[in-house]
Design a protein around this ligand. Structure first.
Ligand SMILES: *Cc1c(COP(=O)(O)O)cnc(C)c1O
Length: 365
């Protein structure tokens, strides 16, 4: 028995007829960028996220960058980011010329600790980017309250959390704008890079639409210096297929997470991810913490279970951020040293994973 950490092809195979039909519809249309499929996907995804607008862009990183630019955040500004996240959250801030200011997470939920944010706010702070990490919503009411008090913009990084609920509301609708990624491995993944900004602020949506298309609203008339970052018609058509199955596929992830939870309940050496009562996570990743992480990863591999580490080096210690290398962020560092991601996804044969784990109880006790 072997269970790989992630396979992308089963998603294609399960809905092959629909993807193939979408492919032929776009190819036969003769229109490949900025057309009907994108318009329709944007409307469908905005409705799904409970926002008024959605603007498709080229990637999740671009969604963050263009959202920041749409709010005029740039040189001289500081943006609060989680210390524990995928590097893209920080890179977006850099790329608009602003400075990322890391705030440590709650080690139980892995998400930015709202209680630590106020200390990081300076006169230069313009925005907060909470990340709904691993598919679990961040503590948005506390974050929005702080943002109101200090007049800050909140841009959700929803790249890992499409469909997750916070107090019954969809992530992507909770801040002033939100960035989404359609990287193939994400809960709502396409078959190439892609991303989107959702917002209920029409001016922000219009600005992102202008920025993504060279800064033009009308062809060859430029409002400002934009970029080329567009979600193409094929991906939009594929994403419409995926979107219609997103809740069902997230449900499969939720059942796997529940099965892991049942199995680990007696296991003292495993720290399970904690779900606050206001969160309904979509389990992009199922991340446990163990003290003997590397040993456990090797043993699991030997018994047929593929795992990964998200992320092995905290962003501030990477070579991309020499200016942060000597900063101490002990919670992010301790998570990076102990976290282990187990297989989870709509096509993971989790009965096999559970069976293997049960046969190797020494692994988990
Ligand atoms: C994947 C991801 C991104 C970036 O998305 P891309 O589409 O790969 O550019 C940003 N933030 C987080 C938290 C992510 O997981």
């Amino acid at each position: 028995m072997k269970v790989p950490f992630l396979e992308l092809k089963p998603a294609y195979l399960e809905l092959k007829d629909k993807f193939d039909a979408a492919y032929h519809r776009v190819m036969d249309s003769g229109w490949y960028l900025m057309g009907q499929e994108l318009d329709t996907f944007e409307r469908e995804y905005a409705a799904y996220c409970q926002t008024d607008h959605c603007a498709g862009v080229g990637s999740g990183l671009d969604a963050l960058i263009l959202a920041l630019r749409a709010f005029d955040i740039g040189p001289g500004d500081e943006v609060i980011v989680p210390s524990h996240t995928f590097i893209a959250t920080w890179l977006a801030v850099d790329q608009v010329g602003a400075v990322p200011v890391p705030v440590e997470p709650d080690p139980e939920t892995y998400n930015i600790d709202a209680n630590r944010i106020e200390n990081a706010i300076s006169p230069r702070t313009r925005a907060i980017i909470p990340v709904h990490l691993y598919g679990q919503p961040a503590d948005m009411d506390s974050i929005m309250q702080l943002a109101d008090q200090h007049n800050l913009v909140v841009i959700e990084d929803a790249a890992q959390a499409q469909g997750a609920l916070y107090k019954g509301r969809k992530v992507g609708s909770l801040g002033h704008a939100a960035a989404h990624s359609f990287y193939p491995g994400k809960n709502l993944g396409g078959f190439a890079d892609g991303g989107a900004v959702t917002t209920s602020d029409k001016a922000i949506a219009d600005r992102v639409r202008t920025l993504r298309n060279y800064g033009s609203k009308t062809k060859y008339h430029y409002e400002e210096a934009g970029v080329n970052s567009r979600l193409d018609e094929l991906q939009a058509a594929f994403l419409r297929v995926r979107l219609s199955h997103l809740d069902e596929w997230n449900g499969r992830r939720q059942r796997i997470a529940a099965a892991y939870g049942d199995l680990f309940n007696g296991a003292k050496s495993i720290i399970q991810p904690k779900v606050p009562n206001w969160a309904n996570p979509v389990w992009h990743l199922y991340v446990i913490r163990v003290s003997n992480r590397d040993q456990m990863q090797t043993k699991l591999m030997e018994s047929g279970i593929g795992t990964q580490i998200h992320y092995p080096i905290p962003t501030h210690q990477t070579r991309a951020y020499p200016q942060f290398n000597s900063v101490s962020l002990p919670i992010a560092e301790s998570i990076a040293a102990s976290c282990l991601s187990l297989p989870i996804g709509p096509h993971v044969e989790f009965e096999s994973v559970i069976q293997i784990l049960k046969k190797n109880l020494d692994l988990i006790c």
